[in-house]
Design a protein around this ligand. Structure first.
Ligand SMILES: Cc1cc2nc3c(=O)[nH]c(=O)nc-3n(C[C@H](O)[C@H](O)[C@H](O)COP(=O)(O)OP(=O)(O)OC[C@H]3O[C@@H](n4cnc5c(N)ncnc54)[C@H](O)[C@@H]3O)c2cc1C
Length: 454
């Protein structure tokens, strides 16, 4: 029960920390504690047939388990400092990019070979966007796809499991400071380590808050992004997605000066439900395999909401907005853009008459009864702005699903080594509030592993 290093959480942050430790110091005794299941046992019971909605499993297979929240994701590894987190603020811009490229190499080595790397460098769309008051952010994106992403995880697990001790279905309850290291407490026992890497992601955010409060580690928070998922015929965005796959476009609204951005673009993908603490929100994914692709493209349009004093619960605000859509629609609401502009709800027959087939079965309704005016106005403005670079975006039949919410963890105070005020206690990945993406979270894992190995 004594380890050199204990890693809490087996998402990308924890996986890459373990992987890099093995490269740099193969002799170390390492344990990984994970609240969720092993990869092969992760299965969401919603089958759309017998079980249609979330039944609140003890451990959510979508968010938890080996591979973390990203296991069934689209596997888009964005190599950029422009979005996906603020890791560069701690470790520097070049080191951050170098680490993300290193992560990409490993993904290729473990099954991602042959997948495409898209880039905005030299893209003509940058000019087209800026001519229309839209701003295309710089990035290279490796699109593994949901299928290949899973294979990479399987291969990484096969490599790690022979060298690292994994404890699945074992949530860590507490971390205590002990002489010479840390004591990690689980239901079944207490474990000691010299160094502890905490990488608990979004699903561990409440626990992280509690640990920070107990250990008096400073934190700050106050942001949530709220919006909708847009679904339209793939041809409308094909000129952008074929070249860039994912384009992160930012627009500043004329009315309020708020920033609206595209997020998580899924060419020829599907819109899906997401369960956050029992609240149904919307997300999207796509497959690399052409046989699994659809005729639609989807992406989110999000408005960032920063709160000032005295309000502190930005995530609670986001949850309340999402809860409203659940209250009215029993889950996610879908509305045609034309209906929204006319101020009327969408109905099942209006959706059926549309020249697009929704990829998610959602309740036809009225998003103006759910989203705050300021946010809805921003989304409508952005749809018209996007229509100039991708004509057809503002078509009558464009579908809007709500609510999409991007929650942010509170940001934990760590130094340039991603170490908390306690030497040897590292806090990384999305759980630290510093990263919000696969590539940044993975890079943070490599960074701390190298520091520990030193
Ligand atoms: C549906 C979906 C699609 C996504 N698509 C993309 C994408 O295409 N590209 C992208 O860049 N990002 C995407 N993301 C975000 C991405 O998955 C996360 O940014 C990334 O997984 C963060 O990695 P992490 O290791 O920090 O945390 P996580 O992946 O959340 O892993 C943390 C792990 O810690 C475990 N844990 C929590 N608390 C405890 C505890 N007390 N004890 C033990 N274990 C604990 C959890 O069970 C979890 O497995 C997506 C997210 C979702 C939900």
């Amino acid at each position: 029960m004594n380890y050199d290093v204990i890693i809490i959480g087996a998402g990308p942050g924890g996986i890459f920390a373990a992987y890099e430790l093995l490269q740099k110091k193969p002799g170390l005794k390492i344990a990984v504690f994970e609240a969720g299941h092993a990869l092969s046992k992760r299965r969401c019971p919603i089958d759309g047939d017998r079980i249609k909605t979330c039944i609140g499993c003890k451990s959510c297979s979508i968010m938890s388990g080996f591979g973390g929240a990203g296991a069934f994701s689209d596997g888009k590894y964005n190599i950029t400092n422009d979005f996906g987190g603020t890791l560069y603020e701690h470790i520097g811009k070049k080191p951050a990019l170098d680490l993300m490229r290193y992560v990409d190499e490993i993904n290729l080595k473990y099954g991602g070979e042959g997948t495409k790397l898209y880039t905005t460098a030299g893209s003509r769309f940058k000019t087209l966007c800026v001519q229309n008051d839209l701003h295309l952010l710089d990035a290279s994106v490796r699109h593994l796809g949901t299928d290949i992403n899973y294979i990479v995880l399987e291969n990484l697990y096969a490599y790690l499991s022979e060298r690292v001790e994994f404890f699945f279905d074992t949530p860590v309850r507490n971390i205590a400071i002990t002489e010479g290291g840390y004591t990690v407490q689980c239901d079944g026992g207490t474990y000691f380590c010299k160094k502890c890497v905490v990488s608990v992601g979004r699903s561990g955010s409440k626990w992280m808050e509690q640990i920070c409060a107990e250990l008096d580690i400073p934190t700050r928070s106050n942001r949530v992004d709220i919006g909708v998922r847009v679904e339209l015929p793939a041809n409308v965005f094909a000129h952008l997605t074929d070249e860039l796959y994912e384009s992160k476009i930012v627009y500043r609204t004329e009315k309020y000066g708020d920033k609206v951005r595209t997020f998580c673009m899924n060419p020829r993908g599907a819109v899906v439900n997401e369960n956050t603490n029992g609240i149904i929100t919307v997300n999207g994914h796509s497959y690399e395999d052409p046989a699994l692709q659809t005729e639609n493209t989807n992406f989110a349009l999000l408005v960032a909401k920063h709160f000032s004093e005295p309000f502190k619960d930005s995530n609670g605000y986001g949850e309340s907005v999402a809860r409203l859509s659940n209250m009215l629609g029993g889950g996610v609401i879908v509305q045609r853009f034309g209906d929204l502009i006319r101020g009327r709800r969408s109905t099942a027959s209006r959706i059926e008459e549309a020249f697009i087939t929704p990829t998610l079965q959602a309740t036809p309704g009225d998003l103006s009864l759910v989203l705050p005016k300021r946010i809805l106005d921003g989304i409508i403005e952005m749809i018209y702005a996007l229509d100039k670079v991708a004509p057809g975006t503002a078509n009558e039949d464009t579908l809007l699903y709500g609510v999409e919410v991007k929650f942010y963890n509170m940001e934990v105070e760590v130094n340039e080594r991603l170490e908390s005020r306690y030497p040897g206690l590292y806090i990384i990945g999305d759980g630290s509030g510093i990263t919000h993406s696969l590539s940044h979270a993975s890079a943070s894992g490599v960074h701390v592993a190298r520091d520990i190995a030193k």
